[in-house]
Design a protein around this ligand. Structure first.
Ligand code: G16
Length: 542
Protein backbone atom coordinates (compact mmCIF):
# COMPACT_ATOMS: atom_id res chain seq x y z
CA UNK A 1 0.00 0.00 0.00
CA UNK A 2 1.18 3.50 -0.87
CA UNK A 3 0.63 4.61 2.74
CA UNK A 4 3.22 2.18 4.07
CA UNK A 5 5.79 3.24 1.48
CA UNK A 6 5.23 6.82 2.55
CA UNK A 7 5.57 5.87 6.23
CA UNK A 8 8.82 4.05 5.45
CA UNK A 9 10.19 7.02 3.56
CA UNK A 10 9.10 9.66 6.07
CA UNK A 11 10.16 7.65 9.12
CA UNK A 12 13.77 7.99 7.92
CA UNK A 13 13.41 11.71 8.57
CA UNK A 14 12.48 10.83 12.18
CA UNK A 15 15.06 8.13 12.94
CA UNK A 16 14.96 6.17 16.16
CA UNK A 17 18.21 6.22 18.14
CA UNK A 18 19.30 2.57 18.00
CA UNK A 19 18.71 0.71 21.25
CA UNK A 20 16.67 3.48 22.90
CA UNK A 21 13.79 1.95 24.87
CA UNK A 22 10.98 4.07 26.31
CA UNK A 23 7.77 3.18 28.15
CA UNK A 24 4.34 4.78 27.93
CA UNK A 25 4.34 5.86 31.58
CA UNK A 26 1.96 7.48 34.05
CA UNK A 27 0.93 10.07 31.48
CA UNK A 28 2.53 9.11 28.16
CA UNK A 29 6.16 9.15 27.05
CA UNK A 30 8.49 11.51 28.80
CA UNK A 31 12.23 12.07 28.52
CA UNK A 32 14.80 14.55 27.27
CA UNK A 33 13.34 16.34 24.24
CA UNK A 34 16.33 15.37 22.07
CA UNK A 35 15.23 11.71 22.14
CA UNK A 36 11.63 12.12 21.16
CA UNK A 37 11.38 13.01 17.48
CA UNK A 38 10.75 9.42 16.35
CA UNK A 39 8.26 8.87 19.18
CA UNK A 40 6.24 11.89 18.06
CA UNK A 41 6.17 10.77 14.42
CA UNK A 42 5.05 7.32 15.49
CA UNK A 43 2.36 8.66 17.85
CA UNK A 44 1.02 10.52 14.82
CA UNK A 45 0.79 7.15 13.07
CA UNK A 46 -0.84 5.50 16.08
CA UNK A 47 -3.38 8.30 16.46
CA UNK A 48 -4.51 7.64 12.87
CA UNK A 49 -5.06 3.96 13.66
CA UNK A 50 -6.87 4.77 16.91
CA UNK A 51 -9.08 7.29 15.10
CA UNK A 52 -10.15 4.73 12.49
CA UNK A 53 -10.56 2.12 15.22
CA UNK A 54 -12.89 4.33 17.28
CA UNK A 55 -14.48 6.13 14.28
CA UNK A 56 -13.76 9.37 16.11
CA UNK A 57 -11.24 12.18 16.48
CA UNK A 58 -8.20 11.48 18.66
CA UNK A 59 -5.96 14.00 20.45
CA UNK A 60 -2.18 14.17 20.68
CA UNK A 61 -0.72 16.63 23.19
CA UNK A 62 2.96 17.47 23.10
CA UNK A 63 4.01 18.27 26.67
CA UNK A 64 6.13 17.05 29.56
CA UNK A 65 3.90 18.85 32.02
CA UNK A 66 5.68 19.26 35.39
CA UNK A 67 9.08 18.01 34.13
CA UNK A 68 11.95 20.44 33.48
CA UNK A 69 12.02 22.55 30.30
CA UNK A 70 14.63 20.26 28.68
CA UNK A 71 12.23 17.31 28.74
CA UNK A 72 9.24 16.77 26.55
CA UNK A 73 6.57 14.15 26.14
CA UNK A 74 3.31 13.15 24.55
CA UNK A 75 -0.15 12.29 25.90
CA UNK A 76 -2.74 10.49 23.75
CA UNK A 77 -6.40 11.42 24.15
CA UNK A 78 -9.31 9.07 23.45
CA UNK A 79 -12.66 10.14 21.92
CA UNK A 80 -14.49 11.26 25.07
CA UNK A 81 -11.45 13.30 26.10
CA UNK A 82 -10.14 10.66 28.47
CA UNK A 83 -6.62 9.21 28.52
CA UNK A 84 -6.01 6.56 25.88
CA UNK A 85 -7.15 3.06 26.86
CA UNK A 86 -4.44 0.79 28.40
CA UNK A 87 -4.39 -1.71 25.48
CA UNK A 88 -3.32 1.09 23.17
CA UNK A 89 -0.65 2.24 25.64
CA UNK A 90 0.92 -1.15 24.94
CA UNK A 91 0.79 -0.51 21.18
CA UNK A 92 2.26 2.93 21.76
CA UNK A 93 5.22 1.38 23.57
CA UNK A 94 5.70 -1.27 20.86
CA UNK A 95 5.61 1.32 18.11
CA UNK A 96 7.94 3.74 19.91
CA UNK A 97 10.52 1.00 20.50
CA UNK A 98 10.43 -0.72 17.08
CA UNK A 99 13.81 -0.45 15.37
CA UNK A 100 13.66 1.34 12.02
CA UNK A 101 13.43 -1.78 9.83
CA UNK A 102 10.66 -3.30 11.98
CA UNK A 103 8.41 -0.27 12.07
CA UNK A 104 6.09 -1.34 9.26
CA UNK A 105 5.81 -4.88 10.67
CA UNK A 106 4.77 -3.52 14.08
CA UNK A 107 2.35 -1.09 12.45
CA UNK A 108 0.75 -3.85 10.35
CA UNK A 109 0.53 -6.04 13.42
CA UNK A 110 -1.54 -3.43 15.29
CA UNK A 111 -3.72 -2.91 12.20
CA UNK A 112 -4.39 -6.63 12.01
CA UNK A 113 -4.99 -7.15 15.74
CA UNK A 114 -7.46 -4.27 15.91
CA UNK A 115 -8.96 -4.92 12.44
CA UNK A 116 -8.26 -1.33 11.40
CA UNK A 117 -9.76 -0.63 7.97
CA UNK A 118 -7.09 1.54 6.35
CA UNK A 119 -9.51 2.76 3.66
CA UNK A 120 -11.39 4.76 6.33
CA UNK A 121 -10.76 8.40 7.24
CA UNK A 122 -8.87 9.45 10.35
CA UNK A 123 -8.95 12.76 12.27
CA UNK A 124 -6.39 13.91 14.80
CA UNK A 125 -6.27 17.07 16.94
CA UNK A 126 -2.76 18.18 17.95
CA UNK A 127 -1.74 20.63 20.68
CA UNK A 128 1.50 21.71 22.34
CA UNK A 129 2.84 23.46 25.41
CA UNK A 130 5.31 26.35 25.51
CA UNK A 131 8.55 24.32 25.67
CA UNK A 132 11.12 25.40 23.11
CA UNK A 133 11.16 21.86 21.67
CA UNK A 134 7.38 21.57 21.35
CA UNK A 135 7.04 23.27 17.95
CA UNK A 136 9.43 20.87 16.23
CA UNK A 137 8.01 17.84 18.04
CA UNK A 138 4.41 18.67 17.18
CA UNK A 139 5.50 18.99 13.53
CA UNK A 140 6.76 15.42 13.82
CA UNK A 141 3.33 14.31 15.10
CA UNK A 142 1.63 16.06 12.18
CA UNK A 143 4.09 14.41 9.80
CA UNK A 144 3.09 11.00 11.17
CA UNK A 145 -0.60 11.75 10.71
CA UNK A 146 -0.06 12.86 7.12
CA UNK A 147 2.14 9.86 6.29
CA UNK A 148 -0.85 7.58 6.97
CA UNK A 149 -3.16 9.98 5.07
CA UNK A 150 -4.99 11.13 8.21
CA UNK A 151 -6.52 14.60 8.58
CA UNK A 152 -5.18 16.82 11.31
CA UNK A 153 -6.11 20.04 13.04
CA UNK A 154 -3.31 21.84 14.79
CA UNK A 155 -4.61 23.75 17.83
CA UNK A 156 -1.11 25.11 18.47
CA UNK A 157 -0.48 26.36 21.99
CA UNK A 158 -3.15 25.00 24.34
CA UNK A 159 -3.23 23.57 27.84
CA UNK A 160 -3.52 19.78 28.03
CA UNK A 161 -7.07 19.95 29.46
CA UNK A 162 -8.10 22.33 26.69
CA UNK A 163 -7.12 19.75 24.08
CA UNK A 164 -8.98 17.02 26.00
CA UNK A 165 -12.00 19.33 26.00
CA UNK A 166 -11.79 20.01 22.22
CA UNK A 167 -11.65 16.29 21.46
CA UNK A 168 -14.72 15.60 23.61
CA UNK A 169 -16.68 18.57 22.23
CA UNK A 170 -15.93 17.59 18.65
CA UNK A 171 -16.83 13.93 19.12
CA UNK A 172 -20.10 14.77 20.87
CA UNK A 173 -20.92 17.18 18.03
CA UNK A 174 -20.98 20.12 20.36
CA UNK A 175 -22.96 18.28 23.05
CA UNK A 176 -20.25 19.09 25.57
CA UNK A 177 -19.51 22.55 24.19
CA UNK A 178 -17.90 24.21 21.22
CA UNK A 179 -14.60 22.68 20.09
CA UNK A 180 -12.67 25.94 20.18
CA UNK A 181 -10.52 27.74 22.73
CA UNK A 182 -13.00 30.65 22.70
CA UNK A 183 -15.86 28.19 23.26
CA UNK A 184 -14.01 26.82 26.28
CA UNK A 185 -13.50 30.32 27.72
CA UNK A 186 -17.13 31.23 27.12
CA UNK A 187 -18.61 28.07 28.68
CA UNK A 188 -16.49 28.22 31.83
CA UNK A 189 -16.61 31.94 32.41
CA UNK A 190 -20.37 32.17 31.83
CA UNK A 191 -20.98 29.39 34.36
CA UNK A 192 -18.67 31.17 36.82
CA UNK A 193 -20.45 34.49 36.38
CA UNK A 194 -23.89 32.84 36.71
CA UNK A 195 -22.79 31.52 40.11
CA UNK A 196 -20.91 34.48 41.51
CA UNK A 197 -23.32 37.22 40.43
CA UNK A 198 -25.82 35.88 42.98
CA UNK A 199 -23.33 36.13 45.80
CA UNK A 200 -24.10 39.32 47.75
CA UNK A 201 -21.36 41.71 48.87
CA UNK A 202 -18.37 39.93 47.40
CA UNK A 203 -15.41 41.99 48.54
CA UNK A 204 -12.36 42.76 46.45
CA UNK A 205 -10.40 40.40 48.69
CA UNK A 206 -12.72 37.61 47.67
CA UNK A 207 -12.44 38.51 43.98
CA UNK A 208 -8.62 38.77 43.91
CA UNK A 209 -6.36 35.80 43.40
CA UNK A 210 -2.60 35.48 42.93
CA UNK A 211 -1.82 32.86 40.28
CA UNK A 212 1.56 31.27 39.56
CA UNK A 213 1.49 30.16 35.92
CA UNK A 214 4.65 28.00 36.29
CA UNK A 215 6.08 30.08 33.40
CA UNK A 216 4.04 27.91 31.09
CA UNK A 217 1.00 27.58 28.88
CA UNK A 218 -1.44 28.02 31.77
CA UNK A 219 -0.29 31.61 32.28
CA UNK A 220 -0.74 32.37 28.59
CA UNK A 221 -4.21 30.89 28.46
CA UNK A 222 -5.45 32.38 31.73
CA UNK A 223 -4.34 35.78 30.49
CA UNK A 224 -6.32 35.17 27.27
CA UNK A 225 -9.38 34.16 29.31
CA UNK A 226 -9.40 37.14 31.68
CA UNK A 227 -11.68 39.42 29.59
CA UNK A 228 -14.32 36.67 29.51
CA UNK A 229 -14.47 36.73 33.32
CA UNK A 230 -15.63 40.35 33.27
CA UNK A 231 -13.85 41.29 36.48
CA UNK A 232 -15.70 38.63 38.52
CA UNK A 233 -12.27 37.16 39.19
CA UNK A 234 -9.30 39.50 39.29
CA UNK A 235 -6.17 37.54 38.65
CA UNK A 236 -2.64 38.75 39.43
CA UNK A 237 -0.45 36.51 37.33
CA UNK A 238 3.16 35.84 38.24
CA UNK A 239 5.62 33.34 36.77
CA UNK A 240 3.83 34.20 33.54
CA UNK A 241 6.64 33.05 31.26
CA UNK A 242 7.91 36.51 30.38
CA UNK A 243 11.23 36.02 32.17
CA UNK A 244 11.48 32.85 34.27
CA UNK A 245 12.08 29.28 33.21
CA UNK A 246 9.27 26.72 32.92
CA UNK A 247 8.56 24.91 36.23
CA UNK A 248 11.80 26.24 37.70
CA UNK A 249 11.30 27.11 41.38
CA UNK A 250 7.63 27.63 40.66
CA UNK A 251 4.55 25.71 39.62
CA UNK A 252 2.30 23.22 41.40
CA UNK A 253 4.85 20.41 41.62
CA UNK A 254 7.53 22.64 43.13
CA UNK A 255 5.10 24.09 45.68
CA UNK A 256 3.67 20.69 46.67
CA UNK A 257 6.99 18.87 46.96
CA UNK A 258 8.94 21.71 48.59
CA UNK A 259 5.95 22.71 50.75
CA UNK A 260 6.87 26.29 50.05
CA UNK A 261 5.79 29.21 47.90
CA UNK A 262 7.35 29.82 44.47
CA UNK A 263 10.66 31.69 44.64
CA UNK A 264 10.46 35.45 44.39
CA UNK A 265 6.72 35.82 45.04
CA UNK A 266 5.60 38.56 47.36
CA UNK A 267 2.68 37.16 49.37
CA UNK A 268 0.90 39.28 51.94
CA UNK A 269 -0.34 37.49 55.07
CA UNK A 270 -3.61 35.71 54.38
CA UNK A 271 -3.50 36.34 50.63
CA UNK A 272 -5.00 33.49 48.57
CA UNK A 273 -2.58 32.09 45.98
CA UNK A 274 -2.52 29.13 43.63
CA UNK A 275 0.00 27.46 41.32
CA UNK A 276 -0.59 25.67 38.01
CA UNK A 277 1.82 23.10 36.61
CA UNK A 278 3.57 23.21 33.23
CA UNK A 279 0.56 22.16 31.13
CA UNK A 280 -2.12 23.47 33.51
CA UNK A 281 -3.72 20.19 34.47
CA UNK A 282 -2.82 20.53 38.17
CA UNK A 283 -3.46 23.19 40.76
CA UNK A 284 -2.61 23.70 44.44
CA UNK A 285 -3.58 26.61 46.73
CA UNK A 286 -1.60 28.18 49.59
CA UNK A 287 -1.21 31.22 51.84
CA UNK A 288 1.08 32.59 54.54
CA UNK A 289 -0.37 33.19 57.99
CA UNK A 290 0.29 36.21 60.22
CA UNK A 291 3.47 34.58 61.54
CA UNK A 292 4.72 34.09 57.98
CA UNK A 293 4.11 30.34 58.13
CA UNK A 294 3.31 28.70 54.80
CA UNK A 295 0.06 26.68 54.49
CA UNK A 296 -0.57 24.37 51.56
CA UNK A 297 -4.03 23.37 50.35
CA UNK A 298 -3.32 20.47 48.03
CA UNK A 299 -5.45 18.09 45.98
CA UNK A 300 -6.81 16.45 49.13
CA UNK A 301 -8.05 19.76 50.53
CA UNK A 302 -9.50 20.60 47.11
CA UNK A 303 -11.33 17.26 46.94
CA UNK A 304 -12.68 17.86 50.45
CA UNK A 305 -13.95 21.34 49.61
CA UNK A 306 -15.64 20.20 46.40
CA UNK A 307 -17.15 16.95 47.70
CA UNK A 308 -18.52 18.62 50.85
CA UNK A 309 -20.07 21.37 48.73
CA UNK A 310 -21.65 18.91 46.30
CA UNK A 311 -22.95 16.70 49.10
CA UNK A 312 -24.65 19.66 50.79
CA UNK A 313 -26.26 20.72 47.52
CA UNK A 314 -27.51 17.18 46.89
CA UNK A 315 -29.14 17.17 50.34
CA UNK A 316 -30.74 20.57 49.73
CA UNK A 317 -31.98 19.44 46.33
CA UNK A 318 -33.33 16.21 47.84
CA UNK A 319 -31.34 14.17 45.33
CA UNK A 320 -30.30 10.67 46.32
CA UNK A 321 -27.10 10.31 44.30
CA UNK A 322 -24.08 8.26 45.33
CA UNK A 323 -21.01 10.43 45.70
CA UNK A 324 -17.47 9.13 46.19
CA UNK A 325 -13.96 10.55 46.48
CA UNK A 326 -11.10 8.78 44.71
CA UNK A 327 -7.55 9.26 46.02
CA UNK A 328 -4.11 7.64 45.75
CA UNK A 329 -1.63 6.45 48.36
CA UNK A 330 -0.27 10.02 48.49
CA UNK A 331 -3.53 11.27 50.05
CA UNK A 332 -2.85 12.64 53.49
CA UNK A 333 -4.16 10.26 56.19
CA UNK A 334 -6.07 13.14 57.79
CA UNK A 335 -8.00 13.81 54.59
CA UNK A 336 -9.10 10.21 54.21
CA UNK A 337 -10.16 10.07 57.85
CA UNK A 338 -12.11 13.33 57.56
CA UNK A 339 -13.90 12.26 54.37
CA UNK A 340 -14.83 8.84 55.69
CA UNK A 341 -15.51 9.53 59.36
CA UNK A 342 -16.84 13.09 59.42
CA UNK A 343 -18.33 13.50 55.95
CA UNK A 344 -19.43 9.84 55.72
CA UNK A 345 -18.34 9.76 52.09
CA UNK A 346 -17.23 6.69 50.15
CA UNK A 347 -13.45 6.88 49.61
CA UNK A 348 -11.50 4.73 47.15
CA UNK A 349 -7.73 4.43 46.66
CA UNK A 350 -6.10 3.70 43.27
CA UNK A 351 -2.66 3.62 41.73
CA UNK A 352 -1.04 6.96 40.83
CA UNK A 353 -2.08 8.43 37.49
CA UNK A 354 -5.30 10.24 36.72
CA UNK A 355 -6.18 7.57 34.19
CA UNK A 356 -6.67 5.15 37.11
CA UNK A 357 -8.63 7.59 39.26
CA UNK A 358 -10.84 8.60 36.34
CA UNK A 359 -12.06 5.05 35.76
CA UNK A 360 -12.90 4.42 39.41
CA UNK A 361 -14.74 7.76 39.62
CA UNK A 362 -16.90 6.67 36.68
CA UNK A 363 -18.41 3.91 38.85
CA UNK A 364 -20.41 6.44 40.90
CA UNK A 365 -23.22 8.93 40.21
CA UNK A 366 -20.73 11.62 41.21
CA UNK A 367 -17.02 10.80 41.45
CA UNK A 368 -14.67 13.47 42.81
CA UNK A 369 -11.12 12.42 42.06
CA UNK A 370 -7.96 14.22 43.06
CA UNK A 371 -4.34 13.27 43.49
CA UNK A 372 -2.65 15.03 46.37
CA UNK A 373 -0.49 16.82 43.78
CA UNK A 374 -3.56 18.75 42.64
CA UNK A 375 -4.50 16.74 39.57
CA UNK A 376 -8.21 15.98 39.45
CA UNK A 377 -11.77 16.76 38.52
CA UNK A 378 -15.37 15.66 39.09
CA UNK A 379 -17.31 13.18 36.96
CA UNK A 380 -21.09 12.88 36.79
CA UNK A 381 -23.01 10.02 35.27
CA UNK A 382 -25.46 10.91 32.50
CA UNK A 383 -28.34 9.90 34.76
CA UNK A 384 -27.08 12.19 37.53
CA UNK A 385 -26.83 15.13 35.14
CA UNK A 386 -30.35 14.48 33.87
CA UNK A 387 -31.80 14.35 37.39
CA UNK A 388 -30.11 17.65 38.26
CA UNK A 389 -31.37 19.22 35.04
CA UNK A 390 -34.97 18.12 35.72
CA UNK A 391 -34.90 19.59 39.22
CA UNK A 392 -33.88 22.98 37.86
CA UNK A 393 -37.58 23.46 37.02
CA UNK A 394 -38.89 22.18 40.38
CA UNK A 395 -41.67 24.15 42.04
CA UNK A 396 -39.97 23.97 45.43
CA UNK A 397 -37.80 27.08 45.70
CA UNK A 398 -35.02 25.55 47.82
CA UNK A 399 -34.70 22.41 45.69
CA UNK A 400 -34.76 24.44 42.51
CA UNK A 401 -32.09 26.81 43.82
CA UNK A 402 -29.82 23.95 44.89
CA UNK A 403 -30.29 22.13 41.57
CA UNK A 404 -29.54 25.28 39.58
CA UNK A 405 -26.37 25.83 41.58
CA UNK A 406 -25.41 22.21 40.96
CA UNK A 407 -26.09 22.61 37.24
CA UNK A 408 -23.96 25.77 37.02
CA UNK A 409 -21.17 24.06 38.98
CA UNK A 410 -21.27 21.12 36.57
CA UNK A 411 -20.92 23.55 33.64
CA UNK A 412 -17.82 24.92 35.32
CA UNK A 413 -16.16 21.52 35.50
CA UNK A 414 -14.02 20.05 32.72
CA UNK A 415 -15.05 16.44 33.16
CA UNK A 416 -12.57 15.11 30.61
CA UNK A 417 -9.48 15.47 32.84
CA UNK A 418 -7.98 17.50 35.68
CA UNK A 419 -7.90 21.15 34.61
CA UNK A 420 -6.19 23.89 36.63
CA UNK A 421 -8.28 26.72 35.14
CA UNK A 422 -11.61 24.93 35.58
CA UNK A 423 -10.69 23.68 39.09
CA UNK A 424 -9.59 27.18 40.06
CA UNK A 425 -12.93 28.67 38.97
CA UNK A 426 -14.88 25.97 40.79
CA UNK A 427 -12.89 26.53 43.99
CA UNK A 428 -13.29 30.31 43.73
CA UNK A 429 -17.04 29.89 43.16
CA UNK A 430 -17.40 27.60 46.19
CA UNK A 431 -15.42 29.95 48.44
CA UNK A 432 -17.56 32.86 47.23
CA UNK A 433 -20.88 31.06 47.81
CA UNK A 434 -19.84 29.93 51.27
CA UNK A 435 -18.25 33.27 52.12
CA UNK A 436 -15.25 31.21 53.17
CA UNK A 437 -11.69 32.46 53.55
CA UNK A 438 -8.71 30.35 52.58
CA UNK A 439 -7.90 30.01 56.31
CA UNK A 440 -11.38 28.63 57.04
CA UNK A 441 -11.03 26.17 54.19
CA UNK A 442 -7.61 25.13 55.51
CA UNK A 443 -9.04 24.59 58.98
CA UNK A 444 -11.48 21.85 57.83
CA UNK A 445 -8.84 19.34 58.94
CA UNK A 446 -5.14 19.42 59.78
CA UNK A 447 -2.74 17.56 57.51
CA UNK A 448 -0.39 15.04 59.02
CA UNK A 449 3.17 16.30 58.45
CA UNK A 450 4.59 14.58 55.39
CA UNK A 451 7.61 14.51 53.11
CA UNK A 452 8.34 13.43 49.54
CA UNK A 453 11.83 12.51 48.33
CA UNK A 454 13.35 11.06 45.16
CA UNK A 455 16.02 8.36 44.97
CA UNK A 456 18.13 7.64 41.87
CA UNK A 457 18.60 3.94 41.15
CA UNK A 458 20.19 2.24 38.15
CA UNK A 459 16.88 0.70 37.01
CA UNK A 460 13.72 1.86 38.74
CA UNK A 461 11.78 -1.09 37.32
CA UNK A 462 13.29 -3.28 40.07
CA UNK A 463 10.68 -1.72 42.36
CA UNK A 464 7.39 -3.55 41.99
CA UNK A 465 4.33 -2.61 44.00
CA UNK A 466 0.91 -3.93 44.97
CA UNK A 467 -2.17 -2.77 46.95
CA UNK A 468 -2.58 0.51 45.00
CA UNK A 469 1.18 1.07 45.35
CA UNK A 470 1.05 1.03 49.15
CA UNK A 471 3.33 -2.01 49.41
CA UNK A 472 6.38 -3.22 47.50
CA UNK A 473 6.79 -6.84 46.40
CA UNK A 474 10.32 -6.42 45.08
CA UNK A 475 13.22 -6.08 45.63
CA UNK A 476 13.26 -8.68 48.39
CA UNK A 477 13.40 -7.27 51.90
CA UNK A 478 12.40 -3.70 51.02
CA UNK A 479 8.84 -3.86 52.36
CA UNK A 480 10.05 -5.49 55.59
CA UNK A 481 12.59 -2.68 55.97
CA UNK A 482 9.91 -0.04 55.37
CA UNK A 483 7.58 -1.70 57.91
CA UNK A 484 10.35 -1.72 60.51
CA UNK A 485 11.12 1.97 59.95
CA UNK A 486 7.45 3.00 59.96
CA UNK A 487 6.98 1.20 63.28
CA UNK A 488 9.47 3.58 64.92
CA UNK A 489 7.33 6.66 64.20
CA UNK A 490 4.04 7.71 65.75
CA UNK A 491 1.29 7.77 63.08
CA UNK A 492 4.01 6.68 60.65
CA UNK A 493 3.16 5.66 57.10
CA UNK A 494 5.48 5.35 54.12
CA UNK A 495 5.57 3.82 50.67
CA UNK A 496 7.85 3.89 47.62
CA UNK A 497 7.09 3.57 43.92
CA UNK A 498 8.89 4.03 40.63
CA UNK A 499 7.88 7.31 38.96
CA UNK A 500 6.20 6.99 35.59
CA UNK A 501 7.32 10.42 34.45
CA UNK A 502 10.88 10.80 35.77
CA UNK A 503 13.79 8.42 36.10
CA UNK A 504 13.54 8.21 39.91
CA UNK A 505 11.96 6.23 42.73
CA UNK A 506 9.53 8.32 44.76
CA UNK A 507 9.42 8.06 48.55
CA UNK A 508 6.47 9.28 50.62
CA UNK A 509 6.23 9.45 54.38
CA UNK A 510 3.91 10.93 56.96
CA UNK A 511 4.10 10.97 60.75
CA UNK A 512 2.97 12.84 63.86
CA UNK A 513 5.61 15.58 63.55
CA UNK A 514 7.53 17.12 60.64
CA UNK A 515 10.87 15.99 62.15
CA UNK A 516 9.52 12.46 62.34
CA UNK A 517 8.12 12.53 58.75
CA UNK A 518 11.47 13.91 57.49
CA UNK A 519 13.47 11.29 59.38
CA UNK A 520 11.21 8.48 58.14
CA UNK A 521 11.48 9.66 54.51
CA UNK A 522 15.26 9.78 54.82
CA UNK A 523 15.49 6.33 56.43
CA UNK A 524 13.24 4.80 53.75
CA UNK A 525 15.26 6.52 51.01
CA UNK A 526 18.39 4.90 52.40
CA UNK A 527 16.68 1.50 52.38
CA UNK A 528 15.69 2.03 48.72
CA UNK A 529 19.21 3.16 47.88
CA UNK A 530 20.77 0.09 49.48
CA UNK A 531 18.26 -2.55 48.38
CA UNK A 532 17.25 -1.27 44.93
CA UNK A 533 20.60 -0.34 43.41
CA UNK A 534 20.96 3.35 44.25
CA UNK A 535 23.33 5.51 42.24
CA UNK A 536 25.02 8.87 42.78
CA UNK A 537 25.75 8.72 46.52
CA UNK A 538 23.61 7.84 49.53
CA UNK A 539 20.69 10.18 50.30
CA UNK A 540 21.60 12.76 52.93
CA UNK A 541 19.34 13.68 55.88
CA UNK A 542 17.19 16.77 55.26
C1 G16 B 1 1.40 13.01 35.62
C2 G16 B 1 0.12 12.23 35.81
C3 G16 B 1 -0.32 12.31 37.24
C4 G16 B 1 0.80 11.84 38.16
C5 G16 B 1 2.09 12.60 37.86
C6 G16 B 1 3.28 12.05 38.60
O1 G16 B 1 1.15 14.36 35.92
O2 G16 B 1 -0.86 12.74 34.93
O3 G16 B 1 -1.48 11.53 37.39
O4 G16 B 1 0.46 12.01 39.48
O5 G16 B 1 2.39 12.52 36.48
O6 G16 B 1 3.47 10.72 38.22
P1 G16 B 1 4.74 9.89 38.66
O7 G16 B 1 4.77 9.95 40.14
O8 G16 B 1 4.47 8.52 38.12
O9 G16 B 1 5.94 10.54 38.06
P2 G16 B 1 1.65 15.52 34.96
O10 G16 B 1 0.98 16.72 35.51
O11 G16 B 1 3.15 15.56 35.06
O12 G16 B 1 1.17 15.11 33.60
Amino acid sequence: MAQFEEVSKKSKLHPKPVGLVLQYGTAGFRTNADHLDHVMFRMGLLAVLRSINTKATIGVMVTASHNPEEDNGVKLIDPMGEMVTPAWEVYATQLANAEQDHLITVLKDIIQKESVDMTQEAHVFVGKDTRSSSARLSEAVLDGVTALHGHSKDYGLVTTPQLHYMVCCYNTQGGYGEASVEGYYRKLSQAFIRITKHVPNRTDDQKCLLVDGANGIGALKLHEMEPYLQGELQVSLFCDGTSGKLNYQCGADFVKVQQNSPKGIDMKAGERCCSFDGDADRIVYYYNDDQGRFHLLDGDKIATLISTFLKELLTQAGLDLEIAVVQTAYANGSSTRYLEETMKLIVRCTKTGVKHLHHVAQEFDIGVYFEANGHGTVLLSKAAEEKIQQLCNDSDGERQRAATLLKNSVDLINQTVGDAISDMLLIEAILAIRGMTVQQWDAIYTDLPNRQLKVKVSDRRVIETTDAERKTVSPAGLQEAIDRLVGKHQHGRSFVRPSGTEDVVRVYSEAATQESADALAHEVSLAVYRLAGGVGGEPKPL
